[in-house]
Design a protein. Structure first.
Ligand code: TRP
Ligand code: SF4
Length: 545
């Protein structure tokens, strides 16, 4: 153990959740960067919420019908719009899960997390997809096609061995999937180089195929909605992949035919202005209805008058510059003069073909008004309008995508402390490691233990700082929460010494590897039956080094 001062009080033990041991007090936190091709380490996961708008998984955990152990243990710590997936799962509605793997080396226990996440979503009733990111491996990591074939095979055997049902789900390699290529081409027409510069730090030296692989990944992420229908889709990945998720969420929206917003009159409102105009409308409409029952009497100038004296409640003021919103809303209302204020949903033509725009007009029920680039509908809710827009789009040659969701897991600490890295064999355990080597690596791992057994009994170990504890929580304990809780509380209470603890973990690791490798052999046959070319015989260079 390399820390010299015990930090006094051991962390509270026995809670249902621990932090999995990846948060290290001694790591600098200032430099948050999410780089898909950089080194995968994150100083402080909490920063990702603030900086990038990733949301805490805790916020949705309660909505997940039967959460996976990685969710229960806080290993999955963040998400984007996973509520949509959880809701579909709870209501037996369609949803999908997809993730991809760059075949740059052997699959290891870190990849197992992602395999398990895909498989779990499949078992919960989702459409499941696993892909081999061969274009990315070739263009961004310089892997030759032969290397890619070999590694791809190993990834897929492990995915199948862990329980992926290939009859129900789909496995593909990027280069072989024509639909993905076409979709990437389409999505690429809505992205430009400046954006890639800003998101990925690409510059004039970045090779063009690398950029193409990014576009391909955005297509991967939307592919489940292309092969079937638009549906909530979760992308389980490490947080380093979040830039891809963000970009894809944007592109999914940019290719939509129509944008649906809410409006009150002919002019446009931003979200903050709308909130204020709504307050004005609600107050005045209630009055008008009280007087003569006709709410359409509310006019822009009345609302302006009302708004001028309005002080929004504290709770609405968060981070928003309400003074500016109020000033601009007032300008718009005053300019509106005697125009009546009436709530409506507005369909903007964003990318629609002429036929699709005509079809939309037809499809809107109730009172509507058609303008040059938009249609206002007075009898539809926002939700109804969204459905109409999506249906018309799909019927007329568009995609109708929903924004994809994501979940993010913590990176495992390396067995030797520091990062888990494929270039340091002792730091990680490959799913192909000889079970005895796996055993040995665990026995040799760094721990959160004290210098002497005596100290350990007195102060307890630091499970939160211990790669061995992580092994239990992330993998070895499987679904058995009792085991992780026992290890944790015995450790921090000083009842558990590292020697025995590692012996137990090492044996579990050996068993896991034995079992997994047996299942990999059985999976050979399944893989043969799949329609996937792992002997691509493709010509090419060694890639970019
Ligand atoms: N970029 C991912 C990686 O580095 C691989 C990948 C390609 C991927 N397409 C994807 C991951 C789609 C998730 C979803 O590992
Ligand atoms: Fe880690 Fe186990 Fe030692 Fe605790 S007892 S520090 S969990 S190896």
């Amino acid at each position: 153990m390399d820390e010299d001062t015990p930090d006094g009080e051991p962390p509270a033990a026995g809670g249902p959740r621990t932090d999995g041991g990846t948060e290290r007090a001694d790591e600098p936190t200032e430099d948050v960067a999410l780089d898909p091709w950089g080194s995968a380490s994150v100083g402080d996961y909490a920063d990702l919420f603030e900086e990038f708008g990733i949301e805490a998984f805790d916020d949705v955990a309660d909505d997940v019908p039967d959460p996976h152990y990685l969710m229960r243990r806080g290993v999955i710590f963040g998400h984007r719009e996973y509520d949509a997936v959880a809701e579909a799962m709870a209501n037996d509605e369609p949803f999908a899960a997809l993730s991809g793997f760059m075949p740059t080396g052997d699959p290891h226990i870190g990849h197992k997390l992602v395999f398990d996440e895909i498989i779990w979503h499949q078992q919960q009733g989702g459409d499941a997809f696993g892909l081999i990111a061969d274009l990315e491996a070739h263009s961004a990591r310089g892997m030759s096609w032969d290397e890619i074939d070999e590694h791809a095979r190993n990834y897929l055997l492990s995915l199948l061995a862990l329980g992926f049902d290939a009859d129900e789900g789909e496995i593909y390699r990027q280069s072989d999937n024509r639909a993905v290529q076409d979709l990437g081409f389409e999505l690429g027409s809505k992205a430009n180089f400046s954006e890639f510069e800003a998101i990925y730090g690409f510059d004039g030296e970045t090779n063009v195929s690398h950029m193409q692989s990014v576009v391909t990944q955005t297509a991967d992420i939307l592919y489940p909605q292309l092969v079937d229908e638009p549906k909530p889709t979760v992308i389980p990945v490490g947080p380093d992949q979040d830039p891809h998720v963000r970009l894809t969420r944007d592109l999914a929206t940019r290719v939509r035919y129509f944008k649906v917003t809410e409006a009150f009159a002919s002019f446009e409102l931003d979200d903050d202005e709308r909130q204020l105009v709504r307050a004005a409308y609600d107050a005045l409409a209630a009055d008008a209805a009280g007087a003569d029952g006709d709410a359409t009497d509310v006019r822009c100038e009345d609302a302006a008058e009302w708004l001028a004296d309005y002080e929004p409640p504290e709770s609405d003021r968060e981070s928003v510059d309400l003074a500016a919103a109020k000033a601009s809303a007032l300008d718009k209302l005053e300019a509106g003069g005697k125009e009546p204020l009436r709530p409506r949903v507005r369909f903007f033509d964003r990318n629609a073909t002429d036929e699709a725009f005509e079809a939309l007009i037809e499809a809107v029920e109730g009172e509507k008004r058609v303008f040059e680039g938009h249609v206002d509908a007075f009898d539809l809710t926002r939700g109804e309008a969204e459905s109409v827009a999506r249906e018309v789009e799909i019927d007329n040659g568009g995609f109708g995508f929903r924004q994809p969701s994501s979940i993010y897991h913590r990176f495992m600490t390396g067995l030797t402390g520091g990062k888990m890295s494929s270039s340091i064999p002792a730091s990680h355990i490959s799913l192909l490691d000889d079970p005895e080597d796996g055993y040995d690596k665990v026995k040799a791992a760094t721990t959160g233990g004290r210098d002497t057994a005596e100290e350990q009994r007195e102060l307890g170990g630091e499970a939160d700082e211990c790669p061995v504890y992580e092994l239990y929580a992330y993998l070895l304990a499987g679904d058995d929460d009792e085991l992780t809780k026992t290890v944790y509380s015995e450790c921090v209470n000083g009842e558990r010494l590292c020697g025995g603890c590692k012996e137990q973990a090492a044996e579990l690791m050996r068993e896991f590897l034995e079992d997994h490798q047996e299942k990999r052999e059985e999976a050979e046959e399944l893989l043969e039956d799949l329609d996937i070319d792992l002997d691509s015989d493709r010509r090419g260079t060694g890639g970019e080094h």
